[in-house]
Ligand binder design. Structure first.
Ligand code: HEM
Length: 399
């Protein structure tokens, strides 16, 4: 299964045990006309260049008059920096520990209480509800029923992140999508805005209102952070849980470890099983060393996060071995390319890691907790990443 031939490893067997390897290999490829970048060094060079432009998710075909009305993902240069800076403060390390730890703990306990009462749950339901709760709290979407909100957001994502249909079907698809966005606005965004106009809080929505963001921009921000932060974290939590259920020694280390060690374990799993497989950039400068050639300016590149994350140049020897001490050894934070790199890299990475850490620590302390059924793996073509479904967990019931 190894895509890249590793060197002989003295400490580990270095067998490729990545759960998503097979499905990713069948589905990961760059967009039409893009060169496939597998080397971590070139990937970082492209992503960090000030002459590279976002080209993923159809970014090059998205047109807008007003950058305020556009998601941060699709912007570049000054416009991107301005918009990203404004929301960054809600995702900083200090905001995560001072503010967001509380909701991560609270929401995890609430979900796990429900799990203990029922004695069974689908892991993806728990992980999605947790991700929705945490991102909703950061944004300030807290004035609607939690369960109904999670369902509306799930539906919104399922129906809007799809390939556009042609002709009459396309017409009805657009109307349906518009209706779902309208419902999200009326049921979730509007009541939250109303409450914050009366009494502002320390959240993104209060800030958008204070800054005079138009309603369209506010909805776009909520949807951007929603999709980026909820879909990814849902899968990540399930993947980590799967590894920890399977590997007793790793689970023990996770449960006994301090925060730093727990994060090292999570990031090492994410290195092997990155939720986002590929990102795209157009590079408006020459690129040396691609397949031994110098590429002209203006080329499109598909950056293979999965390949870069097992490139020995970046991650050291035995790239397929799960080794939480690796990052320390190779002097990396442990993020590698899992959250991308450069100006478009993920601003929510600490949120994702800590909510996963907090939830799983509590989950593994639930008496009698077991993975009753392993997840099925499928592939989300538009997001370009794996999805884990139908993982059933059980435990001793509390009533
Ligand atoms: C395990 C969970 C997550 C993973 C694997 C992940 C991964 C990524 C990756 C790879 C990108 C870069 C896309 C690119 O370079 O083109 C990205 C961007 C982004 N992520 Fe995350 N993410 C996660 C969780 C989150 C969370 C929790 C939030 C919000 C609270 C978030 C918000 C965003 C936003 C807004 C962007 C766009 C940034 C920009 O274009 O400047 N993500 N994410």
């Amino acid at each position: 299964m190894n895509q890249i031939k590793p060197s002989q490893c003295p400490m580990h067997d270095n067998v490729d045990r990545r759960k998503s390897a097979k499905i990713a290999m069948a589905n990961t490829h760059p967009d039409e006309g893009a060169h496939w970048v597998k080397s971590a060094e070139l990937a970082k060079k492209i992503l960090r260049s000030k002459n590279s432009l976002q080209a993923g998710a159809g970014a090059e075909f998205v047109h807008f008059d007003n950058p305020e009305h556009m998601s941060v993902f699709f912007l570049d240069g000054e416009e991107h920096a301005n918009k990203k800076r404004k929301t960054q403060r809600f995702l900083s390390p200090k905001a995560v520990s001072d503010q967001h730890f509380k909701i991560m703990n609270q929401a995890s306990r609430q979900l796990l209480d429900r799990f203990q009462k029922a004695g069974t749950a689908k892991l993806e339901d728990l992980s999605f509800e947790l991700a929705v709760e945490v991102v909703s709290d950061i944004l300030g979407l807290t004035n609607s029923d939690q369960f109904a909100r999670a369902n509306r957001i799930r539906r919104l994502m399922e129906e809007t992140i799809v390939r556009p249909k042609e002709g009459v079907a396309g017409f009805f698809q657009k109307i349906w999508q518009g209706a779902l966005v309208g419902q999200f606005f009326l049921m979730d965004v509007r009541p939250a805005m109303k409450a914050r106009k009366k009494a502002p809080k320390n959240d993104a929505l209060s800030f958008y209102i204070e800054e005079g963001y138009p309603i369209k921009s506010i909805i776009i921000e909520c949807m951007t952070y929603g999709t980026a932060g909820m879909m990814t974290t849902r899968e990540f939590i399930i993947m980590v849980a799967w590894y920890l259920f399977e590997d007793e020694a790793l689970r023990e280390r996770f449960l006994q470890g301090d925060i730093k060690d727990q994060l090292a374990i999570l990031m090492e799993i994410l290195r092997l099983e990155p939720v986002a497989a590929m990102v795209h950039r157009r590079l408006n400068e020459k690129l040396e060393g691609f397949d031994g050639k110098t590429m002209p300016s203006g080329e499109l590149y598909g950056i293979d996060i999965r390949a870069a994350n097992v490139d020995e140049e970046l991650v050291g020897e035995c790239p397929f071995a799960l080794d939480p001490d690796r990052a320390k050894r190779v002097n990396n934070l442990g993020r590698y390319l899992s959250f991308s790199d450069g100006v478009h890299s993920c601003p929510g990475w600490l949120v994702a890691l800590h909510e996963t850490r907090i939830f799983l620590e509590l989950l593994f302390k639930v008496p009698g907790v077991k993975l009753e059924r392993e997840p099925d793996i499928s592939w989300h073509q538009l997001v370009g990443g794996y999805e884990l479904r139908n993982a059933i967990i059980t435990c001793d019931t509390s009533e």
